[in-house]
Ligand binder design. Sequence first.
Ligand code: MSP
Length: 655
Amino acid sequence: MKYYLTTPIYYVNAAPHIGHTYSTLAADVIKRLKRMQGFDAVLTTGTDEHGQKVERSAAAMGLAPLEFATIVSNEYRKVWDQIGIQYDNFIRTTEPRHHETVRWLFERCRERGYVYKGSYTGQYCVHDEFYVNEAGPGDNCPTCGRPTETVTEENYFFKLSAFQERLLKHYEDNPDFIQPEARRNEVVSFVRGGLQDLSISRTSIKWGIPVEGDHVAYVWFDALINYISAIRDNATGEMPLWPADLHLVGKEILRFHAVFWPAFLMAADLPLPKKVFAHGLLQFQNDKMSKSKGNIVRTGPVCEVVGIEALRYFFFREIVFGQDGGFSYDALVGRYNAELANGLGNLGSRTLTMIKQYRNGVLPAPSDALAASPLAETARVAIESALKAFDGFEFSRGMEAVWGMLSAADKFIVEQAPWKLAKAPGDEVRQQLDDALYGSAEILRIAIHLLHPVIPESTEKIREQLGIAEPLANSKLVNLAWGQLVPGQSIGQIGPVFPRIDAIPAIERMKALEEVETARQNKLLGRETPAPAAEPEAVGTVAPPSEKIEADDFFKVDLRVGQVLFAERVKGADKLLHMKVDIGEPEPRTIVAGIALVYKPDEMVGRKVVIVANLQPRKLRGIESNGMIVAASLEGGKPVLAGFLEEIAVGARLK
Ligand code: MSP
């Protein structure tokens, strides 16, 4: 049975970083898992290469857009090859096969009456060359702070408004279509709020796929179709892999995949993907990785020092899949040493060394009693819960179950003390030693099968050392019952699989290599390497000093650490964000703040903020706001929220 899964296609206006790698690795883990579950899994990935930014970056380097896009696209492909991603097809949106598919789908939607010509009026930022959706006449651009202009353009529109009910019905009939659940609810309430028709062509942009006259496809209409063009035979129209079984995306682009894309497909009368799963974003130094903040981590330097297996393990053990998570060098090396070198690696080398030492490297036969022992029972339970967790993409929980089993095996070895048994005489003791050796080897066999999708190379190494001929990649997880190691089998050559990493020099080396890699990538993309922690460009003026107050006056203000639990835009008020904020009280506070031009609802959820907690309530657009969020700004400049560099508990008071 086929299983077709996809990663997002990455923009070529930025070079690959570890956040993109997180996404692609997740897809690779799932592909390997599905293979072991018996599916013919096919994974596609690629690059999204059109749009004004690419055109502009290319021009700045004196290159044609396609030349520039090719350079960056190759960077992505190079990283995926270096880290052993098992992709089957790499699609570039500049390929003729993709252009053809986009025009085909555009026509199909038009023939069925869902594409029409109309005019679009919006606030356009001439400097940044894009429409600022949230802005009204007279508003400034949230990115550069300059005034926007009201511009009217003739475009092709997609009748998104016609799909509200059908989409809602689809979400209801297919509760697993959007995952995780919390994200699904956000999409449902977005669609319930009403859908407006979508402009899907541009005449103001040249670098895109021509769909009609001088109209090129809007980048998202272009990009989403990659999932079909990657697998469609344009000559015959055949696409046996469609519909996709899984689109894996970062949460910030879920809406495009869970609302626009299914609507395009419904309009074209094509089947919808089975599932869209949104994972969280990877942060570094408690912040979103961004060029301007200079807090980007690249994959190459990390893998060169600690290896890709350490990174794979860290990502899927540390971060609950579906939630945001943080990358840190310390945690990466710490987990590797504690859980791979000491945990799995140690159990492996102990077990194998004892088999070599006490049984000449030949696996002994267990007694019948071993299969009914508490150790075997622990393994059965761990297999069941790990498989269940993996099936729901709960990788960290699955691995917790495996590590629970590994520590049970460690305990079992200590209790059995094979080194004592080996010295004691008698048949009964001999059998006890055989059971101890077989039991821990069997735990090892089960662990490497379960862990193979996450750490494929090192589990294959352990497999060889255990003397199992069949690669794990060809094994099936259904056969994972206790007792499959074959007595009499010779173990392979023993060697270290997870050598310990000396943390401090390793971290220093990763950081040093990171700088080299940043400079290399920037040069390649024709960009300057920013000075570390550059000051943001000042927009606005510094406010004059205020009059002096007594300390007591200040202490009257109750400032609290809060965490945003929920955020949405206030209908009809572009600037307002409606939030629920936990400030350590039994009920979260409702807060309405004028930050929506700068902060998206998505970015706010989970974020720690400072709240003025003892202000009189105030009604804004009919919503009672019970507090104020603290932000800094120059007079006339954009607000920047106050936050913390170190961890701090919700409810803590600022004084
Ligand atoms: N080109 C669009 C996607 C079109 S798909 C039809 C795009 N590209 S992107 O390069 O900006 O980001 C693509 C994806 O990269 C994100 O959805 C996410 O999966 C991944 N990530 C980018 N930065 C990331 C983190 N910091 N953390 C985790 N994933 C990240 O959007």
